[in-house]
Design a protein around this ligand. Structure first.
Ligand code: AMP
Length: 223
C-alpha cells in the first residue's frame, strides 16, 4: 500500500525542505508543483508559457493545469509507493480533485500536516534563500550560508540561483493568495479528521522529527 502525505503551510514554511527529508526517509516521491511549473517555464512548454507571468506576479496558476499535471505525475512509476505533496493542493477544488484521483487509484490522502509558522518571519526567510545551480541544495543568506562562501557544501559547485518570485513584494502577494485561496483547505481536511499541525518555527531537525512522529516509523517499502 502507498502512503500519501500533503504538506500545507504558507510559502516559506519549509514544505520543500521537509518534503525532501521525508522522501529519503520513507522512499516516497516529492511532488512539488512549484518545481514542475518552473521546469515547464524553463523548457518553454505550453503550460510554462501560460504559467510564467502568473507565477512572477505571485498569483496561483489555474486549477485545471495543476490537476492535469498532478494526475499525469501520479501515474508514473516512481509515484507507485506514494507521494509527498508539496505546494499542492492550494485551493479547495484542487483538494477535491486530489481526493477523487487517489480514490480512483485505490489510494487516499493518509496524512495532512500543516507547518505552522509566524508570518512576520516569512518574508525574511524567503527573500534570503537560494539554491545550488548544479545539485539544488538549499541555502539562506542569514540562516544557512554555505560553509565556504560561494561554494556548495554538497557538490562543490560555485553557481547559485534565486527564484524570480522570492523578492519581498512578490512574497507579500503570495502570502495574500495563501490566505484567500489556500487557507480554506484547512477546514476541508479538518472536517475529514485528517489535519495535524506541526510547529514549523522549530529548528529543521526538530520539525523533521515531529513529522516522522505523525507519519509513523514505517521503513521504506513497508508502506
Ligand atoms: P511554490 O514553489 O510552491 O512556492 O510555487 C511557486 C508558484 O507556482 C506559486 O506562487 C504559484 O504561482 C505556482 N503554483 C505552484 N503550485 C501551485 C498550485 N498547486 N496551484 C496554483 N499555482 C501553483
Amino acid at each position: 500500500m502507498a502512503i500519501n502525505i500533503v504538506l500545507l503551510g504558507p510559502p516559506g514554511a519549509g514544505k520543500g525542505t521537509q518534503a525532501k527529508r521525508l522522501e529519503a526517509r520513507y522512499g516516497l516521491v516529492q511532488l512539488s508543483t512549484g518545481d514542475m511549473l518552473r521546469a515547464a517555464v524553463a523548457a518553454g512548454t505550453a503550460t510554462g508559457l501560460r504559467a510564467k507571468a502568473v507565477m512572477e506576479a505571485g498569483k496561483l496558476v489555474d486549477d485545471e493545469i495543476l490537476i492535469a499535471m498532478i494526475s499525469d505525475r501520479l501515474g508514473q512509476a516512481d509515484a507507485r509507493r506514494g507521494a509527498i505533496f508539496d505546494g499542492f493542493p492550494r485551493t479547495v477544488p484542487q483538494a477535491e480533485a486530489l481526493d477523487r484521483l487517489l480514490v480512483s487509484m485505490g489510494r487516499r490522502v493518509d496524512h495532512v500536516i500543516e507547518l505552522q509558522v509566524d508570518e512576520a518571519a516569512l518574508v525574511e526567510r524567503i527573500s534570503g534563500r537560494f539554491t545550488c545551480k548544479s545539485c539544488g541544495a538549499g541555502y539562506h543568506d542569514r540562516f544557512q550560508p554555505p560553509r565556504v562562501a560561494g561554494i556548495c557544501d554538497a557538490c562543490g559547485a560555485s553557481e547559485f540561483v534565486r527564484r524570480a518570485d522570492d523578492n519581498a513584494d512578490t512574497v507579500r502577494r503570495r502570502l495574500a493568495e495563501y490566505h484567500a485561496k489556500t487557507a480554506p483547505i484547512l477546514p476541508y481536511y479538518r472536517a475529514r479528521g485528517r489535519l495535524r499541525g506541526v510547529d514549523g518555527m522549530a529548528d529543521m531537525d526538530r520539525v523533521t522529527a515531529e513529522l516522522e512522529a505523525v507519519v509513523g516509523s514505517l521503513p521504506p517499502g513497508a508502506a
